[in-house]
Design a protein around this ligand. Sequence first.
Ligand code: KG4
Ligand code: ZN
Length: 382
Amino acid sequence: MPDAYILGIESSCDETAAAVVRSGEQIVSNVVFSQIATHQPYGGVVPELASREHLRAIVPVVRKALADAGHTFQSIDALAVTQGPGLAGALLVGISYAKALAFGLDKPLIAVNHLEGHIHAVLLEERQKGNHALKFPVLALVVSGGHTHLYLVRREDRSWSYQNIGHTRDDAAGEAFDKVAKLLALGYPGGPMIDKLSTHGDPKAVSFPAAQLKHRDRNERGSRQELDQPRFDFSYSGIKTAVLRYVETHDLKSSIAARQKATQAIARPAAADYLAHTDHRTLDLVASFQRAIVEDVVGKTLAAARACNAASLFVTGGVAANNELRQRFEKDAAMEGLRVYFPSRPLSTDNAAMIAAAAYPRFVAQDFAPMDFSAEAGLALS
Ligand code: KG4
Ligand code: ZN
């Protein structure tokens, strides 16, 4: 099979991204335009603004990805674009542009599931390092702003299959980081700031009750037999409420208001700016919150890995950039003799290299998208 250069396009949330990847194993270029500055004043992603920013950025981002790779529109072999899950309006920008390019250039177009992309971020980097001997089955945790999902990943010849064995019943782990940071006036997105500030607090200072999942998931579909298989679900809305209750009972509101005022006056506040306006009780709260999330994510994922006899573990998605999460996974997985793989930090958060890599097996199988496919905000991975 000769080399294939795939141009990937990603616009599912608040990053406009394009990349060129060779044969699913080498990043030739990788351009990410983040909209953080646009959404920061609102403490979260505003869908209409996200679509508008994607419209502005998509053409220059794609052109830069091609130029960085030394390619032209004509010299690439195929295009790949994120179909979902994500924000419908944001997805449509990438999809419409990719369709128009594919039609105009007469090149094949491949539709990719964003979650599959996050899993292929790990596979791409391992191949790039020359590691072609991964052990299967793989248990993959996709932990991001929209997802805390566990998949058993199997490779069948050149294609991949994914079985969902757990997901969040309410907030995703990254969503909890973002909401707690918003509540404490620690900026947006919250994960990176909480990650940095946690090292200044005592993670044992505040104890949070573990999430209890007593009821079967009401949204669960499937046969009786499927339902009886053990699931490893997550829940993070309780801990967010517990942080709110702590703020109310410990009179932290005035210090939050003071921090809000002080950091609003700074154009792009850094961790040192937040640190200068954060008292030790809040730092302890932040460190304890992060510890509670990390322990829950790691504990449940390793229980799932044992139950499924996983041979390797992938941890991917934006929250996989978290330092404490990485350290805890490395330590606890090693104690069980399980090898854990993370993407590098730039490939943990949203990017288009992972989309181009996930598209490669479909390119080989000539599994191309029909021109009438559309965005699917709730697209499942199976
Ligand atoms: O994968 P991603 O870029 O977008 C989604 O698909 O959601 O993930 C973004 C999420 C945000 O919730 C952000 O706060 C979180 O990842 N995140 C982190 C860190 N870096 C990003 N959470 C904890 N620690 C980090 N260092
Ligand atoms: Zn993502």
